[in-house]
Design a protein. Structure first.
Length: 84
């Protein structure tokens, strides 16, 4: 797999935290990259949940009215799955 494209950027960080990271040998770029990836993933998930909230609500309403279509085969605590 080819390495991901990288781009230089400038960020402003707390001086004491940056100095401590350097003293401890912490790779600030790697930490920032990982934190940014995590934040992007969480923001995308939150956006997707928000964009699909109406569909989830409609599905829940349908299940309330009709029950779950696989209720007879779903596993529940203390009950075996795929009951016959």
């Amino acid at each position: 797999m080819p390495p991901a494209a990288r781009r230089k950027t400038s960020v402003t960080l707390d001086a004491a935290a940056l100095d401590a990271a350097h003293d401890l040998g912490i790779n600030v770029s790697a930490i920032a990259d990982a934190a940014l990836r995590k934040a992007v993933t969480e923001a995308r998930r939150a956006r997707w949940l928000d964009e699909n909230a109406d569909a989830f609500a409609r599905q829940a309403e349908w299940h309330d009215r009709n029950g779950h279509p696989l209720a007879d085969i779903l596993a529940t605590p203390g009950k075996a799955a795929w009951n016959v």
